[in-house]
Design a protein around this ligand. Structure first.
Ligand code: S3P
Length: 430
């Protein structure tokens, strides 16, 4: 493991283009593999997680070629076709999204057999949330101890279900939408709160029979998906680190370019604005079915807020940053309804509480969230990334805004979603 030290910096200025969206890249590779014909994906995320998805697409019989593009990879995928996934053992690496979405497609192949497994952290990520509904649809799905990977799938002719997700999850929803493409009848999926809708948008663009109904998202079987012609926007979840750094470091004024601003993803902006942050959309455009824009953020002083369960899905990966912003705000910042964070690349509730606590932040672990007592700043110290890319980046941003600096243990985890993170941050730090 590598340690990296992030010292207090001057104002963040200039502009930054975040790497391509991880969620959308995973989906583009999977739908490209499912489609009939040649898909073109420009600006695909060149990072460890999304490389796992390209490898999975190849293992399943898609032809994948890639070259360095202007932003990320330019990828061409000749799909295996909706009914054409080859039997395989798939290594998902660290990619929980791949682990949970892909089974939906595979489960609809009668007689097919697959095993999905990954790295050490994947071994702790529950998969019963997809195994259970896929069994209801008729597939045979086994997991270790009833809920953990490896996930073994035997495909079947699926039947449609009406399914209400117990917890909002774009991964589970997407898995069931893919299964619905191969099931007899109309599959309807309802969620307690809307999670990110990238799969719905991309499926509609690929000609899938998908629509919003009163009961939820409805999808029916089809023979083929049309190939994609997609440009992937910048990842708001990656941009969020520089955005919060600029909000916290006095004198900062930073423009984030080409960021995906899908409303199901940008809850962090809404919460930070409520805390008094200065964030302005500079331009927005509806490219390839996803809104994309530039965001201008300036430093300002913050006041505490309360993040409630209905807001959690739209900022699920950004909640650790609310812990950090809370430390700089005046008053007590409370996050609740976020128990899902215990099942991310690490137990992110424990990791945020221990991590920020170790840097001098007064923060309490609640069963389903945390409470931060704001003190206008933080001291600094040492933070263990626990192999989790978003914790490594949280530690780095905490360091820039701290009084004494932060050493991040295990900085290499950033390669999962944002390999150029350190260089990008250095390029805008004063
Ligand atoms: C993702 C959905 C989220 C998020 C993850 C990526 C996706 O998980 O935490 O990083 O691409 O669908 P859930 O919606 O399952 O909580």
């Amino acid at each position: 493991m590598t340690d990296a030290r992030f010292m207090p910096c001057g104002p963040l200025r200039g502009e930054l283009r975040p790497p391509a969206d991880k969620s959308i890249s995973h989906r583009a590779a999977i739908l490209g593999a499912m489609a009939t014909g040649r898909s073109q994906v420009r600006g695909y995320l060149d990072a460890a997680d999304t490389r796992s998805t390209l490898a999975a697409a190849r293992a399943l019989g898609a032809e994948v070629s890639e070259s360095a593009g202007e932003a990320g990879l330019d990828v061409e995928i000749v799909g295996a076709g909706l009914h054409g996934a080859a039997d395989a053992v798939i290594d998902v690496g660290n990619a929980g999204t791949l682990l949970r979405i892909l089974p939906g497609w595979l489960a609809g192949h009668p007689g097919g057999a697959w095993t999905l497994d990954g790295d050490e952290s994947i071994g702790r990520r529950p998969v019963d949330r997809v195994a259970e509904p896929l069994r209801l649809m008729g597939a045979e799905v086994e997991c270790a101890h009833g809920f953990l990977p490896p996930l073994r799938i035997r495909g079947a002719q699926l039947r449609a279900i009406d399914y209400e997700l117990p917890v909002a999850s774009a991964q589970v929803k997407s898995c069931l939408l893919l299964a619905g493409l191969l099931a007899d009848g109309e599959t309807v999926i309802a969620e307690p709160e809307p999670s990110r809708d990238h799969s719905e948008r991309m499926l509609a663009a690929a000609g899938a029979p998908i629509e919003l109904s009163e009961r939820g998202i409805a999808i029916r079987a089809t023979d083929r998906l049309e190939p994609l012609d997609h440009e992937i926007p910048g990842d708001f979840s990656s941009a969020a680190f520089a955005l919060v750094a600029a909000a916290l470091v006095p004198g900062s004024e930073l423009v984030l370019r080409g960021v995906g601003v899908n409303p199901t993803r940008i809850g962090l902006i809404r919460v930070l604005e409520r805390m008094g942050a200065s964030i302005e959309p500079v331009a927005a455009d509806e490219g390839a079915g996803e809104p994309v824009g530039d965001i201008l953020v300036r430093h300002s002083s913050l006041t505490a807020t309360e993040v409630v369960n209905t807001e959690v899905p739209s900022m699920i990966d950004e909640l650790p940053l609310i812990g950090l912003a809370g430390a700089f705000a005046e008053g007590e910042t409370l996050v609740s309804g976020a128990a899902e964070l215990r099942h991310k690349e690490s137990d992110r509730l424990a990791a945020v509480v221990d991590g920020l606590g170790g840097l001098g932040v007064e923060i309490e672990d609640h069963r389903d969230g945390f409470l931060v007592h704001g003190s206008g700043g933080l001291r600094g110290g040492w933070l263990d990334a626990r192999g989790d890319h978003r914790l490594a980046m949280l530690g780095a941003v905490a360091g820039l805004a701290s009084r004494e600096g932060v050493t991040v243990h295990g900085i290499e985890a950033v390669a999962i979603s944002y390999p150029a993170f350190e260089a990008d941050l250095a390029s805008v730090c004063g």
